[in-house]
Design a protein around this ligand. Structure first.
Ligand SMILES: [Zn+2]
Ligand SMILES: [Zn+2]
Ligand SMILES: [Zn+2]
Length: 346
């Protein structure tokens, strides 16, 4: 081969490997598409058997990953590292704050987990996947807790923005009291932009014939509200969503048993390990480090490990780079890194 031909190959290889390192493909087509394709295109390592995440076209309920980041988002205010540099992050909407969209196709009804500071682009993505959804007929929003990444987006339902009429907001008792008694949220309640729907720990909320949701209390820094995760149950499959929790061992429930009971588990992966923040005392922001979760979940069968989709990444988390050693380690152990735009049939 001539030198020019070899140089050509190297350039093509560089182009694709750089693209893989920085971008997460997203799916905004109206069709439910093969999310395992999304994974294999964005990761160079062999991926665990995730074929079951492809929602078959008959799935009555579909779950869409609308965001994967921790509360502060990406780009993160003040971050001058490569994770948030303009060269690395070309599109501001590629990594939105953690949220799930759930759509019951049979009843044409949609729900969202969390109202994040990225609520507006997130809603557009949700509607891009399921054009039948409208804000007027929207089934509602489920809140986990009163940290900024999880409820600030409610503001866009108010007078200064959409001026919604009675959008259902599902919240636990302390969370609901917090919204009722503190501005600007109290104005949303008083103006009936939102309608608070009370929820209770372990209490099943039947949303449609095909879909129910169960809030589960988890330990977290509960300054303004309690914190819950959710079990989301469709006609065929169920998912667990726990974006924030202090440490697995501080919980009175067994995460291993819960993973065994569901089909998908979207779990707190804020930090990869204890060395990640150089300017903050990490004991003040406790989360299960991914390396701790990998150790704890190591006893699970491979089929159970394949159910785990790590989510809620701090901008510093190295797994955001699909070609990093950290991401390879997670994938090779049989776990998944949630990608914005992934779809799952429930
Ligand atoms: Zn959070
Ligand atoms: Zn950053
Ligand atoms: Zn939190």
């Amino acid at each position: 081969m001539s030198l020019k031909v070899i140089q050509g190959f190297v350039l093509i290889w560089l182009f694709f490997s750089c693209n893989n390192a920085v971008s997460v493909p997203e799916n905004t087509s109206a069709e439910v598409s093969d999310s395992s394709t999304l994974i294999s295109e964005s990761q160079s390592v062999e991926v665990s058997s995730t074929a079951q995440e492809m929602p078959d076209s008959n799935a009555k309920v579909v779950l869409a990953v609308l965001g994967v980041m921790q509360d502060g988002g990406r780009p993160h205010l003040g971050c001058e590292k490569s994770c948030c540099a303009p060269e690395t992050l070309q599109n501001m909407n590629d990594f939105l704050v953690v949220s799930l969209g759930i759509f019951d196709r049979e009843h044409t009804q949609g729900y969202m987990m969390e109202a994040t500071p990225d609520f507006v682009p997130q809603w557009r993505k949700f509607k891009g996947i399921f054009p039948e959804i409208t804000l007027k007929t929207f089934g509602g929003i489920f809140l986990t807790h009163a940290h900024i990444g999880h409820y600030l987006g409610l503001a866009y339902l108010g007078k200064e923005a959409f001026n919604a009429h009675a959008t259902p907001v599902y919240a636990m008792p302390r969370m609901a009291e917090f919204l009722k008694n503190n501005g600007p949220w109290s104005q949303l309640v008083a103006n009936e932009n939102i309608e608070l729907r009370p929820t209770a720990h372990n209490d099943t909320l039947q949303l449609t014939k095909n879909l129910s949701v169960i809030p589960i209390l988890v330990p977290h820094r509960d300054e303004y509200s309690e914190t819950v995760g959710y079990q989301i149950i469709g006609p065929e499959k169920s998912a667990l969503f726990i974006p924030d929790i202090d440490k697995w061992e501080r919980w009175d429930q067994s995460i291993l048993e819960l993973i065994q009971q569901v089909d998908y588990a979207f779990l707190d992966a804020t930090f990869f390990d204890g060395k990640e923040l150089d300017n903050r005392d990490m004991s003040l922001v406790p989360h299960p480090f991914m390396v701790e979760s990998l150790d704890l979940f190591d006893t699970l069968e491979i089929s159970d490990r394949n159910k785990v989709y790590f989510i809620h990444f701090n901008h510093t988390n190295p797994v955001l780079d699909a070609d990093s050693q950290a991401a390879n380690r997670v994938n090779l152990a049989g776990f998944n890194i949630a990608q914005q735009g992934q779809l799952f049939g429930l």
